[in-house]
Write a protein that binds this ligand. Structure first.
Ligand code: ATP
Ligand code: MG
Length: 229
């Protein structure tokens, strides 16, 4: 069995208070291993996005324990959480979230320049990352001149350019046609295995289930079943 990257136990997360209190996570326990691609599936509102926000230190939680890559998220302050995310986590979203006025290579270089990297070095690393997602011919295209699948590949390059150990993708194929979705998933799977990442993919898209090593089924704030693929 590979090393445990994430270990969380009995996580409870609520939103709001009093009458309007919502129990989004009702005791989630999960281990995730190095070089695995874990999918999280379940009906709308069951807590998938909340869960991945908790394990990436974007959201605090009410109780339980969560240890990711040796960091105890419950005891970290905001600065430590920001550093943790900036160094160790990559995010891919349904809606790409690229900056429309920047070219592909500038979008991918941005996290590095924000982190203080020299522009020439950032651009060089961004180009190398775009090569890995098979976009060598599109360095200087702005997002509007790329297809949806190409935009998502730029977003993947941006998520991986700082070499994070842990990548979370929330509905990465929902805005894509079937073929682009398959290309994106093949890429995510290849990165997980070849670059020794750990990938969590939240999805509704049953056409991509085959790319998972394990599937965690969520319902009403809980993981109710884990299947091996
Ligand atoms: N900021 C918030 N304030 C209050 N309630 C929230 C907030 N975010 C989410 N919720 C509630 O928490 C529950 C879980 O939401 P979450 O977004 O995690 O679900 P999800 O499984 O990602 O759904 P979807 O598949 O539609 O994206 C839902 O009942 C939702 O209404
Ligand atoms: Mg969601």
């Amino acid at each position: 069995m590979n090393k445990t990257i994430l270990h969380c136990k009995d996580i409870i997360k609520t939103y709001g208070s009093g009458e309007s209190k919502v129990f989004a996570l009702r005791g989630v326990t999960l281990d995730v291993y190095e070089r695995e691609l874990l999918m999280i599936v379940g009906p709308s509102g069951c807590g998938k996005t909340t869960f991945v926000s908790v394990i990436t230190a974007l959201l605090p939680f009410d109780s339980g324990t969560c240890n990711v890559l040796g960091y105890d998220l419950a005891t970290m302050n905001e600065d430590e959480k920001a550093l943790f995310r900036g160094k160790l986590v990559g995010f891919v979203f349904q809606t790409f979230n690229l900056l429309p006025s920047l070219s592909a290579v500038e979008n991918v270089a941005l996290p590095l320049t924000i982190a203080g990297e020299k522009r020439s070095v950032a651009i060089q690393r961004a180009k190398a990352m775009l090569d890995k997602v098979n976009l060598s011919a599109k360095y200087h295209f702005i997002p509007a001149h790329l297809s949806g699948g190409e935009q998502q590949r730029v977003a993947i390059a941006r998520a991986l350019v700082h070499n994070p150990a842990f990548i979370v993708c929330d509905e990465p194929t929902s805005s894509l046609d079937h073929k682009s979705g398959q290309i994106v998933m093949e890429l995510l799977r290849k990165m997980t295995k070849e670059e020794e990442k750990t990938m969590i993919v939240v999805t509704h898209d049953n056409r991509i289930y085959k790319y998972a090593d394990r599937m965690a089924h969520m319902e009403d704030g809980k993981i109710i079943k884990i299947e091996e693929n």
